[in-house]
Write a protein that binds this ligand. Structure first.
Ligand code: UDX
Length: 491
């Protein structure tokens, strides 16, 4: 192995310089950019390494370049990933992205760090790496070059705990691969969630028949690698995930809970009157007109519908959701991301009643300024795919959720929303028009008061956690202090 930049420049005192490296999807890139900005304002040098195919859309639809130009201590770097286009990719092509990263990005990344070329370009050595939990290969390069590594998991702690850290136990005791068809069978071996979890609530890859599936193998590796890093950064707050965190700390003693990250970021960085759009990290163009559309409606009367940045619906599934919404007789704002409806999208077979109702009472757009939408007084419920960012954004605003999860952590999140946090209704695996209609009526009318009481409690706890003396603020300060300490002890 050649000498690292650190070894060559070992006489110069190091300044903290963090390399941030997210997996190239909307949710994680969004979280990493928010963390990057929080580190920048604390005076830490940051290099943000983005995969090519997501960097293009990010620059096209946001003002990140001008926003970050105010920080002389921030740089973007990009790394090829072998994907020949510059468009965001849906979740059904997740494995394709991971394969391309494995073949193209992994060796380039190693070369970049081991040869010191990245440190040379930024004229200072990387002193700490904060890498996406799924990028085990990046953590390995940190171990190899004696660069301190912190894992940042942007998925939910409840999924990380139940379906990642316990995956090998689930296999060992014979829960996986699933035998028989009873998805309601309880899963009792995950400490802290004994009375909550059923087979159907585990991450979706647990339903795979073949244990040599690349997703299972990658997750097993991820679960082994994270505890070897010097710390684990999580987008949650102590009060929300207290039970799980206490157990997780036995495996990963150094956990930084810095969530809800979007709120912490907003509290520290977005001055009161500045437009939120200039802080957007959206990789699709946000349609701001939906906010004035919402202005027309009374408080808490509109249902917001979104399946996030990766999930897709077949045309028939979309029709079921549509019928359910229309039959519930509530106004709705529905994000239909380009490419999110698969199979024939033939408007001519959409029943007239749906089109007519939607013209009067609906607003259908490509992409929303979601944080602003959820903060709008007209929103009373969120029909969501239960992505972790969406879940936290809803919790912060005290909006009850109808959870229609698809994959990764979403199946676990929806169970926790329904059973643990009592912040909504989980309709996983049963999502036809009748179920949707009933869930909308329950959230918006029948059980509104019960849900509001609970969701307001969580919203208040979230706000406390990001206050100056709150748990997440303290955790962020500790993270920044630790980055300085790790830097100062580097040889
Ligand atoms: C992916 C996985 O699907 C999810 O399970 C995991 O928790 C994180 O990575 P994604 O589909 O991107 O998530 O969902 P989510 O985590 O909810 O993030 C979506 C982000 O896009 C949110 O921050 C949301 O505010 C934003 N968004 C979504 C918009 O800005 N506009 C929209 O119209 C929809």
């Amino acid at each position: 192995m050649g000498k690292t930049y650190q070894e060559v420049h070992s006489k110069t005192p190091f300044e903290p310089h963090v390399l941030l490296f997210p997996i190239p999807f909307q949710g994680p890139v969004n979280c990493f950019l928010k963390l990057a900005e929080l580190l920048c304002v604390s005076g830490i040098h940051v290099t943000f390494l983005n995969n090519n195919h997501i960097h293009g859309p990010l620059l096209r639809h946001t003002q990140v370049l001008s926003r970050f130009s105010r920080y002389p201590n921030f740089r973007f770097e990009t790394i090829p990933d072998g994907l020949e286009h510059e468009n965001p990719v849906s979740g059904d092509r997740f494995q394709e992205v991971m394969d391309a990263i494995d073949v193209v990005t992994k060796p380039l990344f190693r070369e970049m760090i081991v040869s010191g070329s990245l440190s040379r370009r930024s004229k200072r050595p990387v002193t700490v790496m904060i890498v996406d939990g799924v990028f085990s290969f990046a953590a390995e390069v940190g171990f190899e070059t004696s660069t301190p590594v912190l894992s940042f998991e942007t998925i939910s702690p409840c999924c990380l705990w139940t379906s990642y850290f316990h995956l090998h136990n689930l296999i060992e005791v014979g829960h996986l691969p699933f035998k028989g068809n009873d998805l309601d069978e309880p899963i009792k071996i995950v400490v802290g969630t004994e009375h909550v979890l059923r087979k159907r609530d585990l991450a979706e890859f647990c339903r795979k028949k073949n244990l040599s599936d690349p997703e299972i193998q990658r997750t097993l590796k991820e679960a082994k690698t994270i505890p070897r890093t010097q710390g684990l950064i999580l987008n949650t707050f102590e009060e929300l995930d207290g039970l799980i965190l206490s157990h997780m700390r036995k495996l990963c003693p150094n956990i930084y809970t810095i969530g809800p990250l979007h709120s912490l970021h907003e509290a520290r960085l977005i001055p009161n009157k500045s437009p939120k759009t200039s802080f957007s990290n959206s990789i699709w163009k946000e349609d701001q007109t939906c906010l004035s559309w919402l202005d027309k409606f009374p408080s808490k009367t509109v249902v917001y519908v979104s399946i996030g940045s990766m999930a897709t619906l077949t045309f028939d599934q979309m029709l079921e959701v549509w019928h359910g919404l229309v039959n519930s007789n509530k106004p709705f704002l529905w994000v239909r991301r380009p490419g999110s409806i698969t199979c024939e999208n033939n408007e001519s077979i959409v029943p007239n009643e749906l089109l007519e109702y939607s013209q009067k009472m609906g607003c259908i757009i490509d992409w929303a300024p979601q944080e602003d939408v959820l903060a709008h007084r007209a929103i009373g419920g969120f029909l969501t795919h239960s992505g972790w960012n969406s879940t936290l954004e809803s919790i912060v605003q005290g909006i009850p959720m109808i959870c229609r999860p698809f994959y990764v952590d979403q199946l676990v999140n929806s169970r926790f929303v329904g059973e643990v946090w009592k912040a909504g209704i989980d309709v996983k695996d049963t999502c036809d028009r009748l179920i949707i209609e009933k869930a909308v009526r329950d959230i918006m009318d029948v059980k509104r008061d019960v849900f509001t009481q609970t969701t307001n409690t969580w919203a208040n706890l979230a706000k406390e956690s990001i206050s100056e003396t709150g748990s997440s603020s303290i955790s962020l300060s500790r993270l920044i202090d630790d980055i300085r300490v790790m830097t100062s002890t580097m040889k």
